[in-house]
Design a protein around this ligand. Structure first.
Ligand code: PLP
Length: 427
């Protein structure tokens, strides 16, 4: 671990290289290749393999006039300063590597990282509010705290909740943002992003892509101007980093950097390093966990102890299911699976949204959004599918009276319910 000396030629090349390797940026590369190379393309030229971690909070300069000019430029455009970032709140070279890589994976011009997913969403709202555009149109369900932030108007915003078909009608002259999650937390409901983006007209669409990750879906290609991640989840992937990021065009990124500079929700460089490392295995992790999740969803769908299974059409490693019996008993009954909120880690987590992730949402709103009190949300990890099934099977307990015969045998292939109305129900 070391910091590059800011003004020597090697570091100058490193800082410049992080934003300017046009030769490789223009060459099309597959997602799996980007995952291990994006944000690292300058390393070999520097004689490095692992990315350096720059822990500097400040960057010395003998040229105050030059620094003044660089700060003026940042205040005007929000573009990252050429050369060292002046001060840690303007930017950080290690975090910039993660931002470069995530932008490449999402297919956007830029990405701006924050201390958490909620800090990232807050920055988006503040960008729009600073332009007098405080009205937000949003589709439920959203992650509980995102719902709370909008509903409580904590940042001075006003929200209109609607379904995807009602978006165009809900827009007002002061609408600054349309927000959706797809698949949504916790019901895994999906929206047609292209149709929603069309309905937004010139209002930016923010798609929270935390659950799908760019491995399964790239919302910017479907018209979302802003792609948000709780990077705490799949991007980090190991349950040990808290972070958020917005992938977007350079113009919006500039405004986000200005807000980040002024409000201070920066990402720590160590977190930036861990996220870059997490990205390198993202495609492999997501695909492996998704295969296991699809199989578990299939078994749950055919299980008489389970009333309903929600599993997204695009796949993924998240499953939600409603049980006939007490969901708290399932949480109390797992042994291999970890009973904890959050998701996207290498190990499997299960939680009860009505008690934890969506507790802060008003009970009526929660139920209207399809978050039943019997719903459990499971983030499937990289364990062996049979071990996971054995744990779930035990935790589900004996079948409730009148719910049909208890069956241990794996159900027939193709029994998995997707998130279509009625199709997922097994009452
Ligand atoms: C879909 C989604 N968006 C945003 C967030 C907020 O992210 P963070 O917890 O990193 O602030 C979460 C957290 O669970 C989430 O699930």
């Amino acid at each position: 671990m070391f910091s590059l000396p800011p003004m020597d030629s090697a570091s100058r090349e490193a800082y410049d290289g992080m934003h300017g390797y046009d030769d490789v940026r223009t060459a099309p590369r597959a997602l799996a290749t980007e995952a291990v190379h994006a944000g690292r393309d300058d390393l070999a030229r520097q004689g490095l393999h692992a990315p350096p971690i720059d822990l500097s909070t400040t960057y010395p300069s003998y040229d105050s006039r030059g620094e003044a000019a660089r700060i003026d430029a940042f205040a005007t455009t929000g573009a990252e300063p050429d050369g060292p970032p002046v001060y840690g709140r303007l930017g950080n070279p290690t975090v910039a590597r993660f931002e470069t890589a995530l932008a490449r994976l999402e297919g956007t011009e830029a990405a701006v990282a924050f201390a958490s997913g909620m800090a990232a969403l807050s920055a988006v709202l503040l960008v729009r509010a600073s332009m007098g555009l405080r009205h937000v149109v949003a589709v439920r369900p959203l992650y509980g705290c995102s719902d709370h932030l909008l509903t409580a108007g904590l940042l001075g915003s006003e929200v209109t909740w609607t379904d995807p078909a009602g978006i165009a009608e809900a827009l007002r002259p002061d609408t600054g943002l349309v927000m959706v999650e797809s698949p949504a937390n916790p019901t895994l409901a999906e929206v047609d992003l292209r149709a929603v983006a069309h309905a937004c007209g010139s209002v930016p669409l923010l798609a929270d892509n935390t659950f799908a990750t760019p491995v399964l879906q790239r919302p910017a290609e479907q018209g979302a101007r802003l792609v948000l991640h709780s990077a705490t989840k799949y991007l980090g992937g190991h349950g040990d980093v808290m972070a958020g990021v917005v992938a977007c065009d350079e113009e919006f990124a500039g405004r986000l950097r200005q807000i980040r500079f002024a409000t201070g929700g920066v990402l720590h460089p160590l977190a930036g390093y861990l996220l870059l490392r997490g990205l390198s295995t993202l495609p492999v992790r997501v695909r492996a966990a998704s295969a296991t999740a699809a199989e578990l969803a299939r078994r749950l769908t055919a299980d008489p102890r389970v009333a309903r299974v929600h599993y997204p059409r695009i796949g993924g490693a998240m499953i939600a299911f409603e049980v006939h019996d007490d969901p708290h008993e399932v949480i109390a009954g797992v042994r291999l699976i970890t009973p904890a909120v959050s998701l996207g880690s290498v190990d499997t987590l299960i939680q009860h949204p009505a008690s934890i992730s969506h507790r802060i949402v008003d009970e009526g709103d929660r139920r209207d959004a399809g978050v039943s009190d019997r719903l459990l949300r499971m983030s499937v990890g990289l364990e062996d599918v049979e071990d996971l099934w054995a744990d779930l099977d035990r935790a589900l307990g004996r079948p409730a009276r009148g719910t049909g015969p208890y069956q241990h045998a794996a159900p027939p292939r193709g029994a998995t319910s997707h998130n279509e109305p009625a199709a997922a129900s097994r009452h």
